[in-house]
Design a protein around this ligand. Sequence first.
Ligand code: PEP
Ligand code: MN
Length: 342
Amino acid sequence: MLIVTKPGISQETFEALLDEIKRQGYTPHISEGESHTLIGAIGAPPTPELMEHFRALPGVDQVIRISKPHKLASWEVHPEPTVLDFPTGRTGNGHFMVAAGPCGVESREQILAAARYVKRHGAQMLRGGAFKPRTSPYAFQGLGREGLELLAEARAETGLPVVTEVTSPDLVDLVAEYADVLQIGARNAQNFALLKAAGGSGKPVLLKRGMSMTLDEFLMAAEYVLSEGNPRVVLVERGIRTFEKATRFTLDVSAVPVLKSQTHLPIWIDPSHAAGTREYVTPLALAGIAAGADGIIVETHPNPGEAKSDAAQQLPEEAFADLMQAVRRLLPAVDKALAVSA
Ligand code: PEP
Ligand code: MN
């Protein structure tokens, strides 16, 4: 239920209202608007009597029932688009960001080289997995803590904030010590213990869509992070499983406008994991941007042929530079601006 307060409500009345919301078994989430303050009262669907009760309280302007289960992600509770700020750029509400880097951190030379050139070509964030969720237990699992340290070194040199994946709840504290943004991968998108732990970390969360998740389930996964009091979530469409085998996954471009109609959170596209093959990465990135994405996360490797994971989809430097050119040309057509990396 959404409670809209009257303009000019006194602090005392506002606090009494919050107390009453809690007394009735709801958790209040406050959103300050220009003239009104909105309180999302999160809990069981309210009875008509309870809604009447709140309507009659001092300082209450309107009480609105929200039927969507993903309340905190919804426009009703948060009518302004969420914008995430980083030292190098912003995402959301017309601000576009590019995160780029290798699939996994493999060595000092590799991550530093990638960080330097992605920055030079205009990316605002460095990606790189230190903990890799691999389908096979025998495949490269990532450098772990050493990988995090290398990412921190790359950030110190380039100034690029770092996004890296956290694969289990017990790793959240460690990864949050180093990362600017916690990535939750497709294979963990409904690991509810991990979503809660990431929500509690206070770090922004880049949440990938699970490969078999509906958009409602995706929004509910985001709701887990938001309900821990962490408002900084980016949703990433990275391709879903379909019968088509020509690409690794099928990029669901419709996810962008559909999610935009349902949520205030920034929506990004990951063309790399959808494509699986480098030649499709740029067209898919551009399709996502044309559909309204607020950012992209792209895999690029100084020497893709030697990559220890996802070799076929990682762009070499020149192809990444071409992608950035194409992105720059398209953005003005969709009224978006790419921040200039500091
Ligand atoms: C990744 O970003 O390297 C990754 C494993 O992505 P996803 O979880 O989308 O497969
Ligand atoms: Mn990858």
